[in-house]
Design a protein around this ligand. Structure first.
Ligand code: ZN
Length: 566
């Protein structure tokens, strides 16, 4: 069996050895009490305290029971009666993208060109003369003067450096004069097909490049070095620990990121547990499939899934629909991967013991994905046990809803996508399709599907408490619409918590050691500033993670001494 071979080659480091050991009575290394502990374990859903030895929970129960495990070296943390939850999982995020967003010059929300250039000038002060300064997020529609920014404004602020600042939607960017010159752009340049060069009165490029015209500059920006990829992943890792996300499913990595993750895990530098999906064409996927899945490397990294993108997005009418768009009857969207390739990739993955995770937004893409999963399940023995996943599952024809449970397919969904999209979805697909199958978490659940929740960060914010709020309210942070959008599709708090913990762990084959607080499981948990299982929904938006514990180690702490923050 390939799976057994793969398990044998997975390194078992110091922390790997404890994987199967159900630690017995203390003394504990760490006791956290008194708290309102939401365990997400059916047998005992509430507790007062937890005790940890090494990287495992050895006790979850009463205060007295935990304190009985106290020894001379036990650290005791006073939770002050606060809510303690299992470490949160994000079942669909983009870790490198989050790190890049945190490192790049962040221009979201800038209210004027002057604010953009002030931020640029500040960054330029510490940038090497030959460095590229890259930023993102400006939107001239938010400025008092709604004109395109010009290269001369950048030149003055950046002291003649190479600058590239992408507009918020990614469909335009503004370059400094030096960047334009090095790209070979001049008054003589013609607009490329599918792109446009914004020009000054003399016809010379003025800085802004639209769509395909952007390529001339972006191809000059050097790809990151291995060390830069590592530091970008670690920048995201710190943010994820701050937000209480102890496990993240990285929805699309390539060879270099896979290698960077392995180096970070082997050297003990990555604190977030990463469940990664390879997003590669079949030829580049083959070596990974031949080597077999990487399963729980040091209990921090698994590479046993592939990612396919079946269609586009609803916002740009790229999602593949069975019937035309309601607000543009001439189009029904498109597949971004041909159906034959979706099948070939899924089948190759299944034969190699890899799970397949497919981005599917429109009802046509969703039908094709479910048809493909059904076919591969028939053709490849054991394929069902891979727990194939439908990522997004946004717009479903009613016929698809029961197929999730029937095929054992995970519905991997993002509550904040629903609340971001709800203002325009009914116009785009019409009221009938919206009511039938748009972001229908509760219909899926009631049909027996397992829901894994995530955020799709950095598209949405990574904070899982915002997702929890969206899941239980189907409201925007401002509380609209009153009562929530299609409120019968809201999740209860228990259902939402399960989708961000135990069921996300199931989607990653990790429910036996993660996702709930039970003796023998990994000591991954968080202490919150408020009890999100009881608080008024609006208060969840300002709730923070006071402490994150991953494998028994404190990785984020604003509760006790600042000295414990790494
Ligand atoms: Zn995504």
């Amino acid at each position: 069996m390939r799976l057994l071979v793969a398990l044998a080659i997975v390194s078992t480091g110091a922390c790997g050895l404890s994987a199967q050991s159900n630690r017995v009575a203390g003394p504990a290394d760490l006791i956290v009490h008194p708290g309102v502990v939401y365990t997400v374990a059916d047998a005992a859903p509430r507790a007062e305290a937890v005790a940890v030895a090494g990287d495992r929970l050895i006790y979850v129960g009463s205060d007295a029971g935990a304190l009985a495990l106290r020894g001379p070296a036990t650290r005791v943390i006073d939770a002050g009666g606060r809510a303690v939850l299992p470490g949160l999982h994000d079942a669909h995020g983009h870790v490198l993208g989050l790190g890049e967003q945190l490192q790049e010059l962040d221009l979201r929300g800038t209210a004027s060109l002057a604010e953009v250039t002030a931020k640029l000038a500040e960054r330029a002060r510490t940038a090497a003369p030959d460095a590229w300064i890259v930023g993102r997020g400006w939107d001239q529609n938010d400025w008092p003067v709604k004109a395109w920014p010009s290269r001369t404004a950048l030149d003055a602020a950046a002291g003649g450096r190479r600058v590239w600042l992408t507009r918020i939607d990614g469909h335009a960017g503004v370059a400094s004069t030096r960047a334009l010159q090095e790209a070979g752009l001049s008054a003589a340049s013609v607009d490329p097909a599918g792109g446009r060069i914004i020009r000054d009165a003399s016809g010379a490029p003025d800085g802004v490049l639209v769509d395909r015209a952007m390529d001339a500059v972006t191809r000059l920006i050097p790809p990151p070095t291995d060390a830069e990829i590592e530091s970008t992943l670690l920048r995201a890792d710190a943010e994820l620990q701050r937000l209480g996300l102890t496990t993240v499913h990285d929805a699309g990595i390539d060879e270099r990121v896979a290698a960077a993750y392995q180096r970070l895990v082997e050297s003990g530098r990555l604190r977030t547990r990463v469940y990664a999906m390879l997003r590669l064409p079949l030829a580049r996927l083959r070596p990974f499939l031949a080597a077999g899945p990487v399963i729980d490397l040091h209990e921090r990294l698994s590479i046993r899934a592939i990612k396919i993108v079946a269609d586009g997005a609803l916002g740009s009418r790229g999602a593949a629909l069975l019937e035309p768009y309601a607000d543009e009857p001439g189009t029904s969207g498109f597949l971004t991967t041909p159906e034959a390739d979706i099948y070939a990739l899924t089948r190759a993955a299944a034969e190699a013991g890899f799970q397949t995770c497919v981005h599917a937004i429109g009802d046509r893409a969703n039908r094709i994905v479910m048809d493909t999963f059904a076919r591969v399940e028939r053709e490849v023995p054991g394929a069902r046990a891979l727990r194939n996943r439908n990522e997004h599952a946004q717009i479903l024809d009613a016929a698809e809803i029961p197929r999730f449970a029937a095929l054992g397919v995970i519905a991997s969904m993002q509550p904040t996508h629903a609340t971001s999209d709800m203002p325009w979805v009914p116009a785009r697909i019409g009221p009938a399709r919206t009511a039938e199958g748009a972001y229908v978490w509760q219909k899926l659940r009631q049909a027996g599907a397992r829901l894994a929740s995530g955020s799709d960060f950095p598209v949405e914010q990574p904070n899982p408490l915002l997702g929890f709020y969206a899941a239980i309210t189907r409201q925007a942070p401002d509380g609209t619409p009153p009562g929530g959008w299609a409120p019968d599709q809201r999740l209860t708090r228990d259902e939402a918590l399960r989708s961000f913990t135990l069921d996300a762990a199931y989607a990653a084959h990790q429910e036996a050691r993660s996702g709930s607080l039970e003796a023998g499981k990994l000591a991954d948990f968080v202490i919150l500033s408020r009890d999100i299982m009881q608080a008024p929904p609006r208060d969840i938006l300002t709730t923070t993670v006071l402490m994150t514990i991953s494998g028994g180690q404190v990785t984020h702490d604003t509760l006790t001494a600042a000295s414990t923050v790494r």
